[in-house]
Design a protein around this ligand. Structure first.
Ligand code: ZN
Length: 280
């Protein structure tokens, strides 16, 4: 499986400019670019600079993330999200990246699933209309927090199935799968082509409902059964890339190069071990 780097891993310690150089140096195949880091980059660089970087690099852009909390918003906020989406779609088309992550809202109060589902489908469809005439795809990322409106795989999958649009798919993130106890049998039911991105990570030994992003750990250092998840993905013919995404503040205190190097080594270690043990 090829390896990607998600910029959340060096969120507070690096910039897009620096992540690009360091990830290329350490042999990543792909990078996932964050919207906030992109906006910061564009204050002193142009989209052409980014385009030139990828033209001359073996590393390629994997996704742009994210449009966050896109459901249950007022019109003004949603309109601003569409502006961000236009920016991402424009950048994506120029640098050769066709996947944008969309994260549903948190803390929506007591709402029945039927209402959440209707709202998520309506908003995803409205976002899709913005990028319809481009090659861009939208990847829905459920978040394994109790307060996220979609926090298990089966719910996210239900939405994608109902929308039945081959340009609207899923992000499968090992932490989010584990953090609200998603059923791994549900992962077996997801069609390979519905998986637009795969986030690899691990986490501390807290129970579902307690886990938060800061408990993420390097792959292999925590309690998530990564072997099982990867073996399910392999069985369906999904062959990556695996994108390492760690939001751990302690890792942001490392110098970014060490964090980027270790993230690659740990991810590679897990993937190689799984292949050599023939787990799948
Ligand atoms: Zn993720």
């Amino acid at each position: 499986m090829k390896i990607a780097f998600n910029q959340a891993t060096t969120l507070a310690s690096s910039t897009l400019e620096q992540d690009l150089i360091l990830c290329e140096k350490h042999g990543y195949d792909f990078i996932e670019i964050r919207l906030d880091k992109l906006k910061e980059y564009l204050q002193t660089n142009t989209i052409d600079d980014l385009k030139d970087f990828f033209k001359n690099s073996k590393m390629k852009p994997l996704s742009l993330n994210a449009i966050e909390w896109f459901t249950f918003q007022n019109e003004t906020t949603f309109a601003l999200m569409k502006e961000d989406l236009r920016l991402l779609a424009n950048v994506g088309q120029q640098i050769g990246c066709n996947t944008i992550v969309a994260v549903p809202s948190f803390e929506i109060g007591e709402k029945h699933w039927s209402e959440i589902k209707t709202e998520t489908i309506r908003c995803l469809d409205e976002l899709f209309q913005v990028v319809k005439d481009t090659p861009m795809r939208l990847a829905l990322e459920f978040v394994g927090y109790p307060e996220c409106s979609i926090n298990t795989l089966n719910r996210a999958h239900e939405i994608i199935n109902e929308m039945d649009n081959d340009r609207i798919g899923l992000v499968i993130d090992c932490f989010h799968l584990y953090a609200m106890n998603s059923n791994l049998d549900d992962l077996k039911k997801v069609d390979r082509d519905q998986i637009f991105l795969f986030h690899i990570d691990d986490c501390e030994d807290f129970v579902p409902g307690i886990l938060r992003d800061q408990h993420r750990l390097f792959p292999g250092e925590g309690v998530i059964d990564l072997d099982k998840i990867i073996s399910i993905l392999n069985d369906k013919g999904f062959n990556g890339p695996a994108s390492v995404e760690l939001f751990r503040p302690a890792y942001w205190e490392m110098d970014p190069e060490t964090c980027i190097r270790l993230s690659k080594e740990k991810t590679e270690g897990i993937l190689k071990r799984i292949v050599s043990e023939g787990i799948s």
